[in-house]
Design a protein around this ligand. Structure first.
Ligand code: SAM
Length: 288
């Protein structure tokens, strides 16, 4: 069984295995071979690379990954897809399929077991219902990753790569850009999937930074400040931070803002990562 990527072979497989797609698992399968090739090219895969794939589905991208990479580990939650993958991936000996929930797995262990001390690349057509938790897990657990190339809902991808000043710049933009440099490699219309999703998609490549984009004394304080600043988007920074449970009075917050040269009436969505870091590092001093 070689190709599962065109509409008729995909439908044939679905019929053969009497497989019903589950909407709540985000099952929209890619049926456009050009898009698959573009994703592999965009991820800059080589035969030396180890790949972690999330949600192989019926294995259309997995086949390409096996052909282009050294070793592939694919994590699929739906046990009904495991027999399908056994058939579609039968001819490859560099694949390990794990039947499990990506959010519950100890990924450090998984990567160590399969790839030893070598780095890995994540490549995935993500299940959209858990896009953010998956990305944050991959980034926060500080795994040995080189890059993360993912298909996401366009609206979420736009937020991830947004720059300060716009309406869509938010906590997700800051969190991802703290760990990685995002770039868009592809636009993907709904017609490229079975069944067609209700939304447009884009493929993003997140290049993991050798060290975080800004220096912070306490990551937890940095993310607390980011959360408080965006939590009350219509409020000025002074009011948002005063309401942010830092245990500081309005006067003290004012002092902090003056000391880092940030005007009190600015809003969270105008702050650069460096300004968030300056703010967090100064606030941190009040607690040490
Ligand atoms: N890679 C395939 C393709 O491109 O055609 C399928 C992509 S589909 C958008 C998402 C896949 O993720 C589905 O196969 C779904 O069963 C799987 N999935 C959903 N939730 C998951 C989870 N928590 N852990 C692992 N896989 C999951």
């Amino acid at each position: 069984m070689k190709s599962v990527v065109n509409p008729s072979s995909t439908k044939e497989l679905l019929k053969q295995f009497n497989f019903r797609m589950t909407k709540k698992l985000g099952q929209n399968f890619l049926i456009d071979e050009n898009i698959l090739d573009d994703i592999i090219a965009g991820a800059e895969l080589t035969k030396d690379d180890n790949v972690l794939e999330i949600g192989p589905g019926m294995g259309s991208m997995t086949q390409k990954l096996c052909e282009s990479a050294r070793k592939v580990v694919a994590v699929e939650i739906d046990k009904n897809l495991i027999p399908v993958l056994k058939v579609t991936l039968a001819e490859y000996d560099n694949i390990n399929v794990i039947n499990g929930d990506i959010l519950k797995l100890d990924l450090k262990e998984v990567l160590k077991e399969h790839f030893g001390d070598s780095k890995a690349k994540v490549i995935a057509n993500l299940p959209y219902y858990i896009t953010t938790p998956i990305i944050m897990k991959l980034l926060e657990e500080k795994l040995d990753l080189e890059s993360i190339t993912i298909m996401v809902q366009k609206e979420v991808g736009d937020r991830i790569k947004a720059v300060p000043g716009g309406k869509i710049y938010g906590a997700l933009s800051v969190a991802v850009q703290y760990y990685a440099k995002p770039s868009q490699i592809l636009f993907v219309p709904p017609q490229s999937f079975i069944p067609q999703p209700d939304v447009d998609s884009i493929v993003l490549k997140l290049d993991i930074l050798p060290k975080p984009a800004v220096e912070v004394e306490s990551e937890s304080m940095f993310f607390r400040v980011v959360k408080a600043s965006f939590g009350q988007r219509r409020k000025t920074l002074l009011n948002a931070l005063t309401a942010g449970n830092f245990g500081l009075s309005k006067e003290q917050i004012k002092e902090v803002l003056i000391s880092v040269d940030i005007e009190e009436n600015r809003r969270g969505e105008t702050l650069s990562l460096q300004e968030f870091a300056n703010l967090a590092n100064t606030l941190n001093k009040y607690f040490s």
